[in-house]
Write a protein that binds this ligand. Structure first.
Ligand SMILES: Cc1cc2nc3c(=O)[nH]c(=O)nc-3n(C[C@H](O)[C@H](O)[C@H](O)COP(=O)(O)O)c2cc1C
Length: 196
């Protein structure tokens, strides 16, 4: 297998303690690195950036300094893995705020004349989203129709050309126990080795 450039985006808003998502990210990184893939990591909780507040700012304003390296990392990556806990049925607001800021015209889209969205500028990259949640993953998938993950796949990642998007949905996190966490770590290490 050819070595890939993999970017891990840790979307947990709390960087002050180690959460399940951090363990999963670490497991993925170890698998990827030991298989020879190049890994970069960014933690949204550690970045300094304001909320985006207007279309004018999005189109014409400067990217916040704290996100310059993040855009470079995204441009570098061939495969991007997002880790986040499900909060109120969706990704945490901080991760959404990060995506609104970085997915700007002339980076995530290339304009053609007046059409801002003519070209999906991140085409050719693939992704995986690793989501942890309190409810059973099957409930989220079948009853809630995995709506927020589908929205991320279609309306954000797909919109800028990132495809395919693989999913790892981990439910009942409070009942996982040590053995359950270890099982998922092994799984994530394997995915990392496969750059999947
Ligand atoms: C503000 C907040 C909202 C949450 N909303 C949901 C939810 O809508 N559905 C769900 O299954 N779990 C929900 N949870 C549980 C988290 O998804 C779960 O605790 C997380 O995946 C485990 O990560 P952590 O404990 O390491 O933060 C919520 C937790 C918090 C703090």
């Amino acid at each position: 297998m050819t070595a890939k450039n993999i970017l891990l985006i840790q979307g947990h808003p709390d960087g002050s303690v180690i959460h399940l998502g951090h363990h999963l990210e670490e497991a993925y990184a170890q698998g990827a690195q030991s298989a020879g893939h190049a890994v970069r990591r960014l933690a949204v909780a550690q970045l300094d950036f304001p909320l985006l507040r207007s279309q004018n700012d999005w189109q014409n304003g400067a990217l916040p300094q704290g996100l310059v390296q993040a855009q470079k990392d995204i441009a570098w990556a061939e495969h991007i893995v997002f880790f986040f806990p499900l909060w109120l049925g969706d990704m945490p607001a901080l991760l959404k705020a990060f995506l609104e800021q970085v997915a700007r015209p002339d980076f995530a889209f290339k304009r053609d004349g007046k059409d801002l969205f003519q070209h999906k500028a991140l085409t050719g990259k693939s992704a995986r989203v690793v989501v942890t949640m309190g409810m059973p993953a099957l409930l989220y998938r079948w009853y809630f129709r995995a709506h927020s993950v589908k929205s991320l796949e279609r309306n954000i990642l797909g919109f800028v050309g990132i495809s395919p998007v693989h999913k790892t949905l981990i439910g009942l996190v409070d009942a996982l126990g040590e053995a359950g966490v270890q099982k998922w770590q092994v799984h994530l290490t394997r995915l990392g080795a496969q750059a999947s």
